[in-house]
Design a protein around this ligand. Structure first.
Ligand SMILES: [Zn+2]
Length: 197
């Protein structure tokens, strides 16, 4: 990098850590930010700094500033006794954006993949069973992405949950696709067209 002030160089290095941002783009962003007001710069660095306090919700696994997230704390979310299982937080956010689902969520942290060393112990499956019992859930909606591993994970969970209805969202979602990249309407349709396993 050309001989710029250390603070600019360091910021460029930080921005370059973002996915899809190379040194050139990072430099352009930083050069633009140098022109910001002190107040805007303070606010920017403050909000990034606050990310340090983010943890995972002890119930569902969503990011949260507190032990339990806002969704899990919301009593209205428990009314339908319905819980939606997703692979990761981005999928949860995609479903939440569709505004179609009003129940509780559970983030598995992936799907079963024996070849990659992901077995039931690596996923939050025990916690899922515990929550289904604790909250008297009567319907579990599996919103796992369509793949061989996703299908196997659905079958595995289904056999563990004998006393509740287990649905899988309809697809809509292309094979090998991911919920996080779908538009809210497609997700709504997928949720409406669920199939009981
Ligand atoms: Zn939660």
């Amino acid at each position: 990098m050309i001989d710029l002030p250390e603070s600019i160089k360091n910021s460029v290095i930080s921005f370059s850590k973002l996915p899809g941002v190379g040194e050139k783009t990072a430099l352009r962003q930083v050069m633009n930010m140098v022109k910001w007001s002190i107040q805007d710069l303070d606010q920017f660095s403050h909000s990034i700094n606050e990310l340090k306090s983010i943890k995972r919700c002890a119930e569902c696994g969503l990011y949260s500033e507190k032990e339990i997230c806002e969704i899990c704390k919301n009593e209205y979310r428990k009314i339908g006794s319905i819980l939606c299982v997703v692979e990761n937080i981005n999928d949860l956010i995609a479903i939440e954006k569709s505004n179609e689902f009003k129940g509780l969520y559970h983030v598995l942290g992936g799907v079963l993949n024996p070849l990659m060393g992901v077995g039931p112990e690596q996923l939050k499956i025990d916690k899922l069973i515990e929550r289904v019992n604790k909250y008297d859930i009567n319907t579990v909606v599996l919103a796992l992405n369509p793949s061989v591993e996703g299908d196997a994970t659905c079958s595995y969970i289904k056999q563990l949950l004998k006393d509740v209805h287990v649905d899988r969202i309809g697809f809509g979602v292309p094979i090998g696709g991911s919920l996080e990249f779908l538009d809210p309407l497609t997700i709504s349709t997928a949720l409406e067209n669920r199939k009981r396993l």
